[in-house]
Each structure stands twice: as C-alpha cells, then as structure tokens.
Design a protein around this ligand. Structure first.
Ligand code: AMP
Length: 176
C-alpha cells in the first residue's frame, strides 16, 4: 500500500467530539504506527526542503508533534504558538475563531526574527482560524509566512480561502 494511503486509513473519525456535530479526525493512530508517522514526515519534509525556510512555527498541541520533528529534519529552529496563558515570557496575542469556539493564541515576542521565512505547521486545517492567528503572530514580528503545511485538510470548510491573504501557499497531504 502506498504510504499516504496507509496514513489515510489510519486516521480515525470520532463523531461528536469535542462537541455534537463535529467529526473529529483523530491522528493518534498515525503517530502510533512507525511507518505511517515516518511517511507523513517524509512527505512534509519533501514539501519544505530546498525552499529556504528559516523556521517552523507550529500550533499547540498536535502541530508540535509534526513541527518539531520536521524542524529537526530540516535543521532549522522551531517556535511554538500556544493557547493563552501557557507561554512563560512576554508574548504577542491574537484572538481567533475556530470550528468549535473562539480563543486567544500567543507567541513569545522573540520567537521569530524579522525577515525570516517561516512555515506554519499543524495537524489539520478546518476553518483556518487557528492558522490565520498563527500567521498574524508571525507577521507581527516582521517575518514572512512562506507556507502553511497540514497533514489533513477539511476542504469543505474552505480554510484555504481564509488563509490566502496571510501568506502561502497552503499545502496539505490528505484532503477530505
Ligand atoms: P481551524 O482553526 O478551524 O482551522 O481548526 C484547526 C485546529 O483545530 C487544528 O489545530 C486542529 O487540530 C483542530 N481541529 C479543528 N477541527 C478539527 C477536526 N474536525 N478534527 C480534528 N481536529 C480539528
């Protein structure tokens, strides 16, 4: 079986989580399978390598799993975007809307250097609100979002369109 077909098979649908009406795409079975996890990282690495990225910015918490491994493979830095109140130092903040609620994202004020070319990484693109917030935080630090990269995209929620003004391109390995 082609590697990304295996990944697609392993992604588990969990209806009504974390609230009624949401079909949650659970990627933990992918992480639990060494070959599938490696296939995801291989495909993500292939998308980013050679494009001059200086940094991976990833979104709490599933984004960290992929983002940190990718930063290691590409030998570039990793900076976290987290939900309100988790980061210890001075932060920039942005309010954002997501598929099931609203929230505030934060990044340390020195998490990205001016002029850097950054790839924003997360497990899943739904409405695009979260990645949009991360992009705002990168741009506040005068860096450029050179790519948004996701394992999964829920294309019917049109997150791509939401992100089109915030940098790009928008890339995903698996689309539903
Ligand atoms: P959004 O901001 O609407 O693009 O939502 C993306 C963020 O919420 C990502 O960090 C995802 O991990 C999470 N998320 C939203 N919807 C889902 C879903 N249906 N299944 C799994 N994760 C989701």
């Amino acid at each position: 079986m082609a590697s990304l077909d295996l990944v697609r098979q392993l992604i588990r649908d969990v209806p009504d989580f974390p609230q009624p009406g949401i079909l949650f795409k659970d990627i933990t079975p992918v992480l639990a399978d060494a070959k599938a996890f490696q296939a995801v990282l291989d495909a993500m690495e292939e998308r980013l390598r050679g494009r001059g990225f200086d940094r991976i910015v990833a979104i709490e918490s599933r984004g960290f799993v992929f983002g940190a491994a990718l930063a290691d493979r590409l030998e570039i830095g990793f900076s976290p975007v987290r939900k309100l109140g988790k980061l210890p130092y001075k932060t920039h903040r942005i309010e954002y809307a997501l598929e099931y609620g609203k929230g505030v994202l934060e990044a340390h004020i020195d998490s990205v250097l001016p002029g850097e070319k950054v790839a924003i990484v997360d497990d899943l693109l739904a409405t695009g609100g979260t990645a949009w917030g991360a992009a705002q935080l990168v741009q506040k630090q005068e860096a450029q979002v050179g790519a948004f990269l996701f394992v999964v995209e829920l294309a019917f929620l049109k997150g791509r369109e939401r992100l089109s003004q915030s940098g790009g391109p928008v890339e995903a390995l698996i689309s539903y």
